[in-house]
Design a protein around this ligand. Structure first.
Ligand SMILES: [Zn+2]
Ligand SMILES: [Zn+2]
Length: 140
């Protein structure tokens, strides 16, 4: 991933539009959520495949992460990084927070290596309530 060039100018118009949509949303969107946005329609994207193609590229560039448990995509606010990202997913409001797992990733990969398992990717998705929703729940 070291030679990945994330220069936004190198993105196609479709990729830029999808990236802007995810940035603007501030929360994970499914490909169909993206497809339903007026800005995406205006950019001329009408097929899910077009969205998925743009997302694939953005994920490869490290600009977007896929959240498996939601089958959704979220903008990475940290710029491209090699280490694994974990996600805190609020089940009340849908907000997600990205946390970095440098040390934890090594630990998990070590456990896998003990079993002779070759790890490609580490995914950590934690569900619960964000500070706002947890605060609301505490007040009857
Ligand atoms: Zn990230
Ligand atoms: Zn919440």
């Amino acid at each position: 991933m070291a030679d990945v060039d994330a220069d936004p100018k190198k993105l196609t118009r479709n990729q830029q539009a999808v990236l802007a949509a995810l940035k603007g949303a501030g929360r994970p969107l499914t490909a169909y959520d993206v497809l339903g946005l007026p800005a995406i329609r205006k950019a001329g994207m009408k097929a899910p495949l077009t969205i998925y193609r743009a997302l694939d590229k953005l994920i490869a560039l490290g600009l977007v992460h896929r959240i498996e448990s939601l089958n959704a995509f979220v903008h990475c606010g940290h710029g491209p990084h090699d280490h694994a990202a974990g996600f805190l997913i609020c089940t009340d409001c849908g907000r997600t927070l990205e946390v970095h797992l440098e040390s934890c990733e090594n630990h998990l990969a070590g456990r896998a290596r003990d079993q002779g398992f070759a790890v490609d990717d580490v995914r950590v998705e934690m569900t619960g309530r964000c500070p706002d929703c947890a605060g609301r729940a505490a007040v009857p």
